[in-house]
Design a protein. Structure first.
Length: 343
């Protein structure tokens, strides 16, 4: 009785394995940090004022601010580069008056914007003077929601269709296979454009539906194969002998043993859908005007690179790369922890 009481279930054993993997726990901490930041952004605790024009247009990062910014400040303050007072003008200089007017104009041009708009920010500003770090946080809210929601929808549909098809077989399997073949025979970009044309609306929900309704085919194929393999195993036959219903056998008995496949597909699709949002934004089916995402930031950065403004691209790409890498590492570790073949 004591041994039975102490026996651990699948998820308890998976958590024990996961805790022993330091890399997985570090990746989990990064993903959790992003999710907490998402929640804080959605609730307005952080980055609620990302649209405020707090800096000059294309204000550079503080660590990369060109000398011209300091020179302009010195001119506005009436000091030289060393911080000392500028020497008095030579009255006999024929250009003295012109220099005085030029210095006054430059000082006015810099001092007035600087009073309300900073000449540089820790991570720079975009062409409207929005703080890049706040914009990246707010953009992450949109992109993470799109990636997680669309991947969950796609994996949910693929798992449901795959489980029904693989478990029941026969006519049900033939119909779902025909449906799957129709989807896979059409190029993905055309399928995405078709769904977008049917929905005829821009917004986060539209992007989630576009990606979720076109991305279920991969999980379906893999889950179907797993259910075909598992439905004839002893533990399923034992469940059938005690009178378990078909849905109970599918989702209470078989699914825990194939859940690692669904998790791997979830991790792959989250990564892919976050990147796909960039393509949709480029094609004009992305987030609407007034909503920012990592995709829209990267789309804007294309034109900025021509001008040598690299900080928006760096911020959005770095945030995306960090999340994608951490999520992939954690999902791989979770897959191994849930795989009953891995001891």
């Amino acid at each position: 009785m004591h041994a039975i009481h102490d026996s651990a279930g699948l998820w308890t054993l998976a958590w024990r394995r996961l805790r022993a993997d330091r890399l997985a726990m570090a990746a989990l901490a990064v993903v959790a940090g992003f999710l907490l930041l998402l929640a804080a952004s959605a609730s307005g605790i952080v980055a609620a004022d990302w649209e405020e024009e707090v800096a000059l247009n294309y204000a550079p990062p503080t660590f990369a601010a060109p000398p011209a910014v300091q020179v302009a400040h010195d001119a506005a303050a009436g000091t030289d580069n060393a911080g000392s007072a500028a020497p008095p003008p030579n009255e006999f200089d024929p250009l003295a008056e012109d220099l005085r007017e030029l210095r006054a104009t430059l000082g006015k041009a810099v001092a007035e914007p600087a009073a309300g708009r900073a000449p540089s920010l820790p991570f720079g500003a975009d062409k409207w003077g929005h703080d890049i770090i706040r914009k990246t946080i707010k953009g992450g809210e949109t992109s993470i929601v799109v990636g997680l929601a669309a991947a969950t929808l796609a994996v949910g549909l693929g798992t449901l269709f795959g489980a029904v098809s693989g478990f029941y077989g026969g006519v049900v399997d033939d119909f779902l296979n025909w449906f799957y073949n129709v989807f896979t025979s059409i190029p993905s970009i055309l399928m995405i454009l078709t769904v977008a044309a049917v929905l005829q609306q821009k917004g986060v929900l539209t992007i989630v539906l576009i990606l979720g309704l076109t991305g279920w085919t991969g999980p379906y194929r893999l889950i179907r194969a797993e259910y075909i393999k598992h439905k004839a195993r002893e533990y399923v036959l034992a469940a059938d002998a005690i009178g378990a219903s078909a849905w109970r056998k599918m989702f209470s008995h078989i699914f825990p043993n194939v859940s690692h496949v669904a998790l791997v597909q979830l991790s792959i699709l989250v990564v892919g859908f976050i990147k796909a949002e960039v393509i949709l934004s480029f094609l004009g089916f992305g987030v609407p005007v007034g909503v920012v995402s990592w995709g829209s930031m990267l789309n804007e950065a294309q034109n900025e690179l021509v001008l040598g403004k690299w900080w928006q691209l760096t911020a959005a790409a770095s945030a995306m790369a960090l999340l994608v890498t951490a999520f992939s590492l954690f999902a791989d570790a979770l897959r191994d922890a849930l795989d009953p073949k891995v001891k």
